[in-house]
Design a protein around this ligand. Structure first.
Ligand code: SAM
Length: 331
């Protein structure tokens, strides 16, 4: 079995698969899946767990070593734990992680840990109950917070908290999120608001750059840089003096991490996507369902890896919009 990482044209190893298990979600974040206007994929068009496992087993043959489960909200899909157990049993995978909105985390955390997952990302855009409801359309702040506490109690480490900073909406909480890292061992990640999806009302007025977020946080003290970890994710990592946790910046628009991007995406409906900001997708579900042999499917996976764009252009030229909704791609 070819287990060396597959390199794209610029000799970059593509070893990280972001896997969307569903496009459904139990929140209705205004910038991601607003209450109105979101079309869902028909159930029969969503990859079955069996199909996903088959494709993951093939993708490890092309060098995938890390899988992140995402969605939609992965914890809302029926039978998720059984699937997770089987996924985590794939020996060639060094790491399986999960991104969740945390609403169901309290109930699921122990079982997720038993499957072998110990790192988790929780998306949380506000520490204020009312504002959380305003952004997400659901009154679930307490549940998310309890989910985080439960994950903490069970020893998940690190617990990454992803905050999408939106100017005029939650940017007044940037310092509160940064301060969390002084008290808790959490890794708070500030993510730039991206123009993804037809309804996400992205605008420069709501956009706040990593540089701006960073300079606000520096009013709390100097940020000490932390070296990239073994999978070299896109976050620039720092810590405040005396902190238990760390602070990361994902400058999805202003920082050009295209050249370091090691990700491939598999959408809930079975399309391979090599870049969030390129509309090019390869439908791997149809050949899979038509009974094409594994060699052909493997060729498609490698084609997607090879086709990863090198660069999507500087911020100054204006961001490319990703037309598809984030929940169908897997954020
Ligand atoms: N439901 C899971 C969760 O909440 O983490 C996984 C899917 S969600 C689409 C993944 C992440 O994408 C969340 O952190 C969400 O805030 C982020 N996201 C969605 N739309 C975004 C956008 N336009 N810009 C930046 N981040 C976005």
């Amino acid at each position: 079995m070819g287990s060396e990482p597959f390199m794209n044209k610029s000799k970059r190893p593509i070893n990280y698969l972001r896997l969307s298990v569903t496009d459904r979600c139990n929140l209705r974040c205004t910038y991601c899946m607003p209450e109105e206007g979101c079309a869902f994929v028909q159930h029969e068009e969503i990859l079955t767990y069996e199909e996903i496992l088959h494709l993951v087993r093939l993708s490890v043959q092309s060098g995938i070593r890390k899988v992140r489960l995402t969605g939609g909200e992965p914890l809302v899909r029926k039978g998720f734990l059984g699937f997770l157990e089987r996924l985590c049993a794939i020996e060639e995978l060094n790491e399986v992680t999960l991104t969740t909105n945390g609403v169901l985390l309290k109930e699921f955390a122990a079982d997720i840990k038993d499957c072998g997952i110990c790192r988790i990302n929780v998306s949380l855009d506000s520490l204020k109950k009312e504002r959380f409801s305003h952004i997400t359309g659901r009154d679930s702040f307490e549940r998310v917070w309890q989910g985080i506490q439960e994950a903490d109690r069970l020893g998940f480490s690190p617990i990454k908290i992803n905050m999408v900073a939106l100017k005029g909406i939650n940017d007044d909480e940037i310092l509160d999120f940064a301060r969390l890292t002084l008290e808790k061992p959490y890794h708070v990640r500030f993510i730039e608001f991206m123009p993804v999806g037809a309804q996400n009302c992205w605008s420069w007025e709501k956009f706040i750059s990593t540089d701006e977020i960073r300079s606000r946080i520096e009013t709390l003290g100097a940020l000490r840089p932390i070296k990239a970890d073994r999978f070299g994710g896109p976050a620039e990592r720092f810590a405040l003096d005396g902190s238990k946790g760390e602070i990361g910046f994902i400058g999805a628009l202003s920082n050009h991490f295209c050249t370091q991007c090691n990700r491939l995406r598999l959408t809930a409906e079975g399309h391979l996507r090599s870049c969030l900001f390129s509309e090019q997708e390869i439908d791997i579900k149809t050949p899979l369902r038509n009974g094409n042999h594994d060699g052909h499917l493997l060729d498609l996976i490698r084609l997607a890896m090879e086709g990863k764009p090198e660069e999507r252009g500087p911020l100054g030229q204006g961001p490319r919009k990703c037309i598809r909704q984030m929940s169908t791609i897997g954020g």
